[in-house]
Design a protein around this ligand. Structure first.
Ligand code: AMP
Ligand code: ZN
Length: 137
């Protein structure tokens, strides 16, 4: 993908602060960090969103998350972390090359998410679980 900024980073055409690399995955510091140590994990192949990613690429991305998170916690002194993963503009995705945010957290860091929960209607839940289960086949 010639115009994809993360493909350009993977290709070495634009610089990044690389913290990890293997055959399938690159991890580097976010240029607009939400907190100290905010890091992105990207697959080396271009896929717009996680639902379009083949299983082996998803596995490679997921496999490095715990080790990288441990290293970030150790390096930053953060006490907690969020794994954030946006898919599609309506979910806040700005770079259309799938990526995982590791966001270090501390108490009182004012980085809270505001989720306004609704209640799950039991009839709707029944229909929904059938629809999702059927769609998985
Ligand atoms: P998202 O909203 O999930 O698509 O997040 C995209 C993230 O990519 C943002 O947190 C940006 O700060 C980050 N970003 C964009 N360009 C670069 C870059 N050249 N190097 C590092 N991070 C970047
Ligand atoms: Zn790309």
């Amino acid at each position: 993908m010639a115009e994809c900024i993360f493909c350009k980073i993977v290709a070495g055409d634009i610089p990044c602060h690389k913290v990890y690399e293997d055959d399938h995955v690159l991890a580097f510091l976010d240029i607009g960090p939400l907190s100290h140590g905010h890091t992105l994990i990207v697959p080396k192949t271009h896929h717009p969103t996680l639902d379009q990613v083949p299983d082996d690429v998803a596995a490679a991305c997921g496999a490095i998350v715990p080790r990288l998170a441990r290293a970030i916690l150790r390096a930053t002194g953060a006490t907690a972390w969020n794994l954030l993963q946006n898919n599609g503009p309506d979910a806040g995705q700005e770079v259309e090359h799938v990526h995982f945010h590791i966001i270090p957290r501390e108490s009182d860091d004012n980085l809270g998410f505001r989720w306004h929960t609704k209640s799950l209607d039991s009839d709707a839940a029944l229909n929904l679980k059938v629809a999702i289960s059927d769609a998985l086949r």
